[in-house]
Structure formats: C-alpha cells, structure tokens
Write a protein that binds this ligand. Sequence first.
Ligand SMILES: [Zn+2]
Length: 105
Amino acid sequence: MSKNRLPQNAVADIAMCRINKLMLMSKEQASSGDVDLARRYVDIARRISMRTKTKMPKEHIYCGNCLIPMVPGTFRVRLKAHKIIMRCMECGTVKRIPYLREQRE
Ligand SMILES: [Zn+2]
C-alpha cells in the first residue's frame, strides 16, 4: 500500500466501475458459451469487491458456489413462498431471494 491512499469514496467509485464492467464481460462470455472465462471475470470482480470493501451490486447475480453469472440458460428460476428460487444448472446450488418487501410497497 502506498502512503498516498485514495479516499474511500474514490476507491469505491473505481471499484464499482470495474466490477460492473467485469460482470458485463462475464455475462457476455457466459452467453457465448465460454463458461470458464465467465467464472474468471466473476472471480476478479469479487476480489475487487472484497479488497476494496465494496458491496457487489445486487443486479449482478452469480452462483455463490461455482461463480457462473446469471444469463438465460445458466439458472432455473421459480417463484415460491415470496421468494425467487434460483437453481444453478451447473452445480445445483440454490439461491433464494425474498421479494416480500417489494410486494408490500
Ligand atoms: Zn453453480
């Protein structure tokens, strides 16, 4: 780490920009069939997020186990009991996202 560190909000801005870019690239690769490269981009995006203590943006969904990004064909999506149930077609990991709050609004 250098002595002249950027303020945290500048770091977060740059991190966010790179994470978004990487996730878009990852989705592109996953749709065109290069799953390994797609996973690698997600991995890099996650590392940036961890190192800069920036949260991964919610709109980018990926498998928590095998890191494949969500594009048509990689996940099976069902709605059940106020939750979005997403099952990864690669490794079978299930992700549940509640949407009760959105429904009440
Ligand atoms: Zn998976």
